[in-house]
Design a protein around this ligand. Structure first.
Ligand SMILES: Nc1ncnc2c1ncn2[C@@H]1O[C@H](COP(=O)(O)OP(=O)(O)O)[C@@H](O)[C@H]1O
Ligand SMILES: [Mg+2]
Length: 185
């Protein structure tokens, strides 16, 4: 990779922070072709070398994707490889909510019941909380790096985000507010 030493250095410092329990959030923004994906690929490769699990989600530009699609993909990558006991421990009481959007949860934990009926806003809040809890617990065992690609394709994306990747190194002890990122979904 040519250049980008400064940007890559910042991302790698973020990995170090995540390893020591302080998760970081990076937004890579710029014109198409400027090198956002390449930079994220390089950071992800180095994260893997440091023992991170890297989970990718890509926004779908052509329409028709299920709700929460980039999160569904990255959560799938986090669920993959866990046995039933580990998955249940990481999900805790949030299992019914995460299972609503990640079908693989019910495959591994067939006894998970649908969540109780509640209003749309309440259900969304419980889902965000369940996902945050899952990521926090999963990150306690192995540090996580989430990469959400092509955010400009998200409906409701703020004006000015013409092309972006969100890189989210995450590890134990981290508490972040998912609802503040609701527009990503
Ligand atoms: N720093 C770099 N050094 C060498 N090639 C690069 C670099 N950054 C990007 N490229 C190449 O340029 C092309 C476009 O980069 P890409 O990361 O896909 O852009 P973006 O994601 O911003 O649209 C790709 O073929 C990529 O491999
Ligand atoms: Mg790209």
């Amino acid at each position: 990779m040519v250049g980008r030493d400064g940007e890559l250095g910042e991302l790698l410092a973020g990995l170090d922070d995540a390893m020591s329990g302080r998760g970081r959030l990076f937004l890579l923004a710029g014109d198409p072709g400027i090198g956002k994906s390449r930079l994220a690929d390089e950071a992800a490769a180095q994260a893997r070398d440091r023992g991170f699990k890297v989970a990718w989600g890509r926004c779908w530009e052509a329409g028709g994707a299920p709700a929460y699609w980039p999160w569904v993909q990255s959560l799938r990558a986090c669920v993959r490889g866990l046995d039933g006991e580990e998955l249940q421990a990481h999900l805790g009481a949030g299992a019914p909510f995460v299972a609503q959007i990640v079908a693989e949860v019910a495959e591994i934990l067939p006894d998970v019941r649908p969540p109780p009926p509640m209003g749309a806003e309440g259900g969304r809040f419980r889902l965000f909380d369940a996902v945050a809890t899952f990521l926090r617990n999963a990150g306690a065992g192995q540090p996580l790096m989430l990469v959400l690609d092509d955010l400009h394709a998200v409906p409701g994306c703020p004006a000015g985000v013409t092309g972006a990747r969100l890189i989210w190194p995450w590890s134990s002890g981290e508490r972040r507010c998912f609802p503040s990122l609701a527009w990503l979904m």
